[in-house]
Design a protein around this ligand. Structure first.
Ligand code: GLY
Length: 362
């Protein structure tokens, strides 16, 4: 199958977003209560347009989420969604994705999926054609292909291979290992015992604070990005979905927050929905989107619920980088972030096109 040039795709997305109104968010917005409503992490404008078209044409919230996230996979949004990005230590791209129905609380997800580029469609197949919630690795690929998705295909791109070759030439630095001694520059690694010296350039646990210290180059907008999308359809049904190719230079087999319900996304029709992006290895320990929805259930407005979920993480991990966007069942929305400036995109019936909201770190 022909592959799009990711730099062209990135330009289209960037150019589209520049044409749009950018608003700095101070408090929650969007209280008209009119649906459909589409909300997505980042200025993934084409993805929101695709979901909007589907929802506006009367498709269900689940189908609209799949259309939206699928558009991002095709465009390889930011290089961190779909094929061709985030090579692992072996140079391979794998995909994490999830879809959740806020009416039935059904979830379908795939993790570390190889050789199949359509993450969100694979996740929907798991939800629709199995009683399971999460399939992983090559078995997720086999299931997706058996249910009709194209594959096996090579998920690498010239960009991901170049990135990986450069990393190998740089002695496989930075990387996600900690407390190890490499036998050679790029491993194999063995555990470091207390008497040995930690190797320079790997993740290390600080002796003074006991906290994990991350190299800043491993965490950022173009690493750990996720499309996490919330749709309320015309009938008020809420669904969420995510798709990401994870963290660049991850250890093979690593699964991030993307396919973990309650972490990267969560929905309950009775309350609202939530999407998250950022350092999934940290976020999945806190289930921030479950926290957001449950806080809203207890009466918090979206802004307060979003800030509360982020602060629960930063109290333990002050260097954490990530964000959440909260949407209640009336359509009010707000974001919160830490360690970076976060943007999210919205389309509702009052808007002529997608609007991008900017959230400053608290
Ligand atoms: N948030 C994406 C990841 O960490 O895999």
């Amino acid at each position: 199958m022909a592959e799009r040039d990711p730099s062209t795709s990135a330009f289209v997305v960037l150019f589209s977003s520049l044409l749009l109104l950018t608003v700095v968010v101070g408090e929650e917005v969007g209280k008209s209560g009119r649906f459909p409503l589409v909300v997505s992490t980042w200025p993934f404008v084409e993805a929101v347009r695709a979901a909007w078209r589907a929802a506006d044409n009367g498709l269900s919230s689940i189908d609209a989420v799949v259309e939206g996230c699928s558009a991002c996979e095709e465009l390889r949004c930011d290089g961190t969604v779909g094929p061709g990005g985030s090579p692992d230590e072996h140079g391979e791209t794998t995909i994490d994705a999830l879809v959740m129905d806020g009416v039935t609380m059904e979830v379908g997800a795939v993790a570390a999926m190889r050789y199949v580029k359509d993450g969100i469609r694979a996740a929907r197949l798991v939800m629709k054609y199995s009683r399971h919630t999460l399939l992983v690795g090559e078995w997720a690929s086999a299931f997706a292909i058996s249910m009709g998705l194209p594959g096996p295909v090579n998920l690498s791109s010239s960009e991901s291979i170049k990135k990986w070759s450069d990393w190998k030439e740089n002695y496989c630095q930075p990387n996600f290992r900690k407390n190890v001694i490499p036998e050679n520059d790029c491993g194999p690694y063995k555990p470091k015992h207390d008497t040995e010296v930690a190797i320079k350039g790997t993740l290390t646990e600080s002796c003074e604070t006991g906290k994990i210290e991350y190299r800043s180059s491993l965490i950022g907008h173009h690493n750990h990005d996720t499309i996490s999308m919330i749709v309320i359809d015309k009938t008020g049904r809420i669904a969420v979905g995510t798709s990401t190719n994870g963290a660049t230079y991850k250890i093979p087999g690593r699964v991030g927050d993307g396919p973990i319900a309650g972490s990267s996304a969560y929905a309950d029709d009775e309350v609202g929905g939530c999407g998250a992006t950022g350092d999934g290895d940290i976020m999945m320990r806190f289930l921030p989107c479950y926290q957001v929805v449950e806080s809203m259930r207890l009466g918090m407005e979206p802004e307060r619920a979003a800030k509360d979920a982020i602060s629960r993480i930063t109290r333990k991990f002050p260097d954490f980088v990530g964000a959440v966007v909260a949407v209640n069942k009336n359509g009010s929305h707000a974001g919160a972030c830490h360690g970076w400036t976060f943007q999210y995109s919205v389309r509702d019936p009052d808007m002529d096109d997608v609007q991008v909201f900017t959230v400053l770190p608290s």
